[in-house]
Ligand binder design. Structure first.
Ligand SMILES: C[S@@+](CC[C@H](N)C(=O)[O-])C[C@H]1O[C@@H](n2cnc3c(N)ncnc32)[C@H](O)[C@@H]1O
Ligand code: SF4
Length: 328
């Protein structure tokens, strides 16, 4: 049997969270405790991932600090010499935890989020005082020469905050900022989707957003991370680059492990593309079913390419919507 070899692994160790953000696509919060893998199951995944040639892990949630075994899991990555990104909203970070994280040779990057250009605006979305904690964490790692990545997730009312946010982080040496407009509310309940629908940035605004971001890239060089709004030319270029590769959709979107062990594609929150339970085996058999998924992703790419002829698109949301409409 042939297996698809994974180079990088995106693992959501929990969907529990010390915040309950109004926009959270996975509906993270204190209530999300169900079906979490055990410490041993996750360690098994890391060990098998390494054995099949894996190199890089994105360790995320939910909020990973909600797991009491978080440092035991990171110790395991360190022992296996697997480089990793650690993603956190920073609310639970304190001096001891920051120092502990920075002590890992394998920590490649610290990821954190802000939801507006001021502490007040940020709190209006996540309900907690985590804005200063996020900036403090970025400052801490930056001083140590450890790269940081800030995702600024913006609702419709804050979409013009882009430059203020870049100003905030442009003084750091090694910090990329990705600005993500909220384009969907993922798997939130229908009630919360209705309550928070005004957070969504309508797709008619994507063109202006994209143009502004491109201008800012020149003004703040080395500061703006990959954006996720794409125009037709960009999508065409990406597709052409990977067209000859049978797995091209997987080349630039990683495979993800969900808290319950489901091994799936990274974008889809209510995911029809589940390959199996990762704690049983991380190996993805290259069978008929696998190629069906690849074909579905290729079709999604073509559909998005076509759609982008009529305006900029938010790629992940589009793929997500497309995959959900494909029969299981
Ligand atoms: C799910 S969180 C996981 C890590 C951590 N809890 C955090 O918030 O940084 C990853 C990122 O997804 C973003 N996100 C959540 N819901 C989103 C949505 N509906 N649209 C766009 N980005 C979203 C968050 O703002 C955060 O930057
Ligand atoms: S901090 Fe992250 S996981 Fe938690 S609710 Fe907010 S976006 Fe979701």
């Amino acid at each position: 049997m042939d297996y698809y070899r994974l180079n990088s692994l995106y693992i959501e160790v929990t969907h529990a969270c010390n915040q309950h953000c109004r926009h959270c696509y996975l509906d993270g919060g204190i209530h999300k405790k169900v079906e979490e893998m055990s410490t041993e199951q996750i360690k098994h995944i890391f060990t098998e991932f390494k054995a099949q040639g894996g190199r890089y892990v994105i360790f995320t949630g939910g909020e990973p600090l909600m797991r009491s075994d978080v440092f035991e899991l990171l110790d395991c990555l360190e022992a296996l010499n697997l480089r990793f990104t650690f993603a956190s909203n920073s609310l639970g970070m304190n001096k001891e935890r920051l120092e502990k994280l920075a002590s890992y040779h394998c920590l490649e990057e610290y990821f954190t989020s802000i939801l507006g250009s001021t502490a007040e605006k940020h709190k209006a979305i996540c309900g907690k005082d985590s804005f200063d904690a996020a900036i403090n964490a970025v400052s801490f790692f930056d001083k140590k020469g450890i790269p940081t990545f800030v995702q600024a997730t913006l609702c419709n009312d804050y979409i013009d905050d882009t430059e203020d946010i870049l100003k905030l982080f442009s003084g750091f040496q090694n910090c990329s900022v990705k600005i993500t407009p909220i384009a969907s509310l993922g798997c939130k309940s229908e009630t919360e989707k209705e309550e928070n629908k005004n957070l969504i940035v309508p797709c008619e605004c994507f063109g202006d957003f994209h143009k502004k971001l491109n201008e800012l890239c020149e003004k703040y060089p080395n500061c703006v991370g990959d954006d996720n709004i794409y125009c037709h030319e960009q999508i065409k270029e990406m597709i052409n680059e990977y067209r000859e590769n049978p797995f091209y959709s997987l080349c630039w979107h990683s495979v993800c492990v969900r808290p319950n062990g489901d091994l799936s594609f990274s974008y889809n929150m209510i995911n029809p593309c589940v390959f199996g339970k990762a704690y049983e085996s991380i190996k993805i058999p290259m069978n008929e079913k696998f190629f069906e998924y690849i074909e579905a992703l290729k079709k999604a790419d073509e559909y998005i390419l076509e759609k982008s002829l009529y305006g900029e698109v938010e790629y992940d949301t589009e793929v997500d919507n497309y995959l959900r409409s494909v029969p299981k």
